[in-house]
Each structure stands twice: as C-alpha cells, then as structure tokens.
Design a protein around this ligand. Structure first.
Ligand SMILES: [Zn+2]
Length: 100
C-alpha cells in the first residue's frame, strides 16, 4: 500500500547578476514507493515542473546565475495559508535592511 502526501514549499531566488529577488511557491507531492524509498514530484501553479533549484533564470535579466534557497520561515511546509504574501514582505524587508 502506498502513502502519498503533499507539502507546500516556498523558494527564494536571488540573481547574482542584477540583484533581483523573488519567491515562488511549489506544491510538493511525496509518494512512498513501497520499497522504503520516497519519490518527490514538484508542481508549480498546478503543472509538473523540475526541482525548484534548477532551471530558474532571473525574472529581470534572464541570467542563469541565480541562487535558490528554501524559505526558512516556512520550512515546515505546513504553515496556514491565510497570508500568502508574508514571505514576499519579508524579502522586501530584507532588501531594505541590506541598504538598497
Ligand atoms: Zn537578474
């Protein structure tokens, strides 16, 4: 018998070329493969996609020199979703305190 469950992950991206930062949310589908392993599939906006840390060119300058890291304030993936913009606000705050 297979178990399957879903998480929501938010990833933060920072362009090392132009300094743009943005975030994207992913739905993560975990499936127990029945052999003690686990398969993970990512979806973005309801569409299957590659892993969040690959193939993410900058949304501003399209550089491939982009750093990706999972949002530390939503690490559990089980945060209630009534404030979907809170992560972005934090990024904007981070930009401010970095003296932009
Ligand atoms: Zn850029």
């Amino acid at each position: 018998m297979r178990n399957a469950w879903s998480d929501h992950e938010v990833w933060i991206y920072e362009c090392l070329r132009c300094g743009a930062t943005w975030e994207e949310g992913f739905d993560v589908r975990h499936v127990d493969d029945g052999h003690g392993g686990e398969a993970v599939a990512y979806a973005h906006g309801g569409h299957p996609c590659t892993t969040p840390w690959t193939d993410h060119p900058c949304c501003e300058c399209h550089s491939g020199n982009v750093k990706a890291f999972s949002a530390p304030w939503r690490k559990s993936g089980r945060v209630p979703e009534q404030r979907p913009d809170s992560g972005l606000e934090t990024v904007i705050h981070l930009r401010r305190i970095h003296a932009w």
